[in-house]
Design a protein around this ligand. Structure first.
Ligand SMILES: Cc1cc2nc3c(=O)[nH]c(=O)nc-3n(C[C@H](O)[C@H](O)[C@H](O)COP(=O)(O)OP(=O)(O)OC[C@H]3O[C@@H](n4cnc5c(N)ncnc54)[C@H](O)[C@@H]3O)c2cc1C
Length: 438
């Protein structure tokens, strides 16, 4: 394949350098050792672990733990990197992309793994100094230097507001509180983590944040961000109340980065549309990760599922198929694993009670742990774990494999849920693998 392409071209070109991109690189190399391969990313760093950025900001982990792969990864995989250069245009007819410095790179197969971008609301004052989003490594340095530069002055940063009580907002609030800023979280809905947890889980998560010192205001929206001399000094709520703040983090959601694809003529809905081989509507162009719509096994429809494991799996499928393999993507199950100020929580699948025919619940006597399972047609379609999350993997397996649990339902909410709670046949299948007989 390589000989046919000019020197500035690659057999495989990947836009993005995060979860989906890295697993695609690994999958391509499992299939094809010889083809030339490049990644392009607007960010200047080697791939890093996005979910850890709030822990780095809080100083809980060193920057050295951020690397997603070893330092010699690109060299070992023989990947040419174009880091610090965003792709501004895809030209499918020419089989090339254009970078922000005007350079063009040709491709044999192209993977769009360009993820998502934070939603920036159209609020008066959103462009003031001290207002940040928090989704990239560079945001850690921005937030940190704002606190350092302004934190020691007389009118320095003492109070922060986080707008949005989803996963990113919760992580950001926890980090700011850890930096000893008086932190308030403002959430439009009547509970935090509404997309991740059920109501009870939201209450426990809110309590954990409050115990750590974060003030949580639900059913409140931000109306404007007042400021002075170009710097934010508060958040005006839709109730008219003013929360003083010398720093604001806006965390109201992430949307797939679809513009490159859409402008190139790729079919796009909420995310880039892909088939079960992660092919887009254009020949030789694939998409994977947060930018794409993935098949949600439980909903039975495609939608963006912006989580790390799903991005990894989609990247693997895309990479394998780009390099001549044949691996279908069977779909993902939404999953959120969030530690809220030391309180571990995991939710899997569909956790709105209205979607279930039956809800099973376990509460530990000390009130510290609970587990809730949502069932339809004797199959688990969703689960929430708060506190003790050790057995979430077992339940996730039952969800993914759509196992009929009617015979052992009650054991699933027993105190000691373990593999032994499951029928012998299922255990055998787990140990020996599907289809194996003993
Ligand atoms: C703060 C935070 C915490 C999170 N915590 C969790 C968690 O605990 N668990 C979990 O499952 N998920 C978590 N997520 C979500 C998870 O990080 C994402 O689902 C995952 O990173 C998606 O990977 P991706 O490869 O699709 O895209 P992204 O990680 O979004 O990466 C996209 C890449 O594309 C590059 N790029 C974008 N546009 C261009 C362009 N035009 N040209 C060149 N390069 C471009 C970017 O620089 C980047 O390298 C978290 C996300 C954030 C922001």
């Amino acid at each position: 394949m390589s000989e046919k392409l000019s020197r500035s071209s690659y057999d495989y070109l990947i836009v993005g350098n995060s979860t989906a991109a890295i697993s695609a690189v690994e999958a391509i190399r499992r299939q094809d050792q010889a083809g030339n391969l490049a990644v392009v990313s607007g960010e200047p760093y080697p791939a890093y672990c996005t979910p850890l950025i709030s822990y780095v900001l809080a100083g809980k982990i060193p920057e050295s733990r951020m690397n997603y792969r070893r330092a010699d990864f690109y060299q070992k995989m023989r990947v040419t990197t174009h880091l610090g250069h965003a792709v501004t245009e895809v030209r499918p007819e020419e089989h090339e992309v254009v970078l922000d410095d005007g350079a063009a790179l040709g491709y044999g197969k192209l993977l769009l793994a360009c993820g998502g971008a934070p939603i920036v609301p159209d609020l008066p004052g959103a462009d003031l100094g001290g207002v940040f989003t928090f989704t990239r490594y560079a945001d850690v340095a921005r937030v940190r230097s704002w606190v350092q530069e302004h934190g020691v002055q007389e009118h320095g940063v003492q109070e922060a507001v986080v707008i949005g009580g989803g996963m990113i907002g919760v992580k950001a609030a926890e980090a700011l509180q850890h930096l000893e800023l008086r932190t308030t979280m403002v959430e439009l809905l009547d509970r935090i983590l509404a997309q991740a947890l059920d109501e009870r889980g939201s209450v426990l998560a809110q309590r954990a944040l409050e115990t750590a010192g974060v003030r949580v205001l639900t059913s409140r929206g931000a109306a404007s961000l007042p400021g002075e001399e170009g710097r934010v000094n508060g958040v005006r709520l839709d109730t008219g109340a003013l929360l003083p703040a010398q720093m604001v983090i806006v965390a109201i959601g992430v949307l797939p980065n679809t513009s490159l694809a859409a402008e190139a003529g790729v079919a796009v809905n909420r995310g880039v549309l892909v088939d079960d081989h992660m092919r887009t509507s254009l020949p030789d162009v694939y998409a994977a990760g947060d930018v794409a719509e993935g098949y949600d096994m439980l909903l039975g429809e495609s939608r963006p599922i912006a989580i790390w494991p799903s991005a990894y799996l989609q990247g693997e499928v895309a990479g394998t198929n780009m390099a001549g393999g044949d691996q279908p993507f069977h779909g993902s199950v939404a999953m959120n694993s969030i530690q809220v100020c030391g309180l571990p929580t995991i939710s899997v699948g569909l956790t709105e009670p209205a979607r279930a025919e039956e809800v099973l619940e376990y509460n530990s006597p000390d009130g510290q742990n609970y587990r809730r399972l949502f069932l339809r047609d004797n199959r688990i379609i969703g689960a929430v774990f708060v506190g003790d999350i050790d057995r979430a993997g077992i339940i996730t397996g039952l969800i993914r494999e759509e196992i009929d649990v009617s015979e052992f339902k009650q054991k699933l909410i027993g105190r000691e849920l373990g593999l032994l709670s499951l029928p012998k046949e299922y255990r055998k299948h787990k140990v020996m693998g599907p289809g194996m007989e003993v």
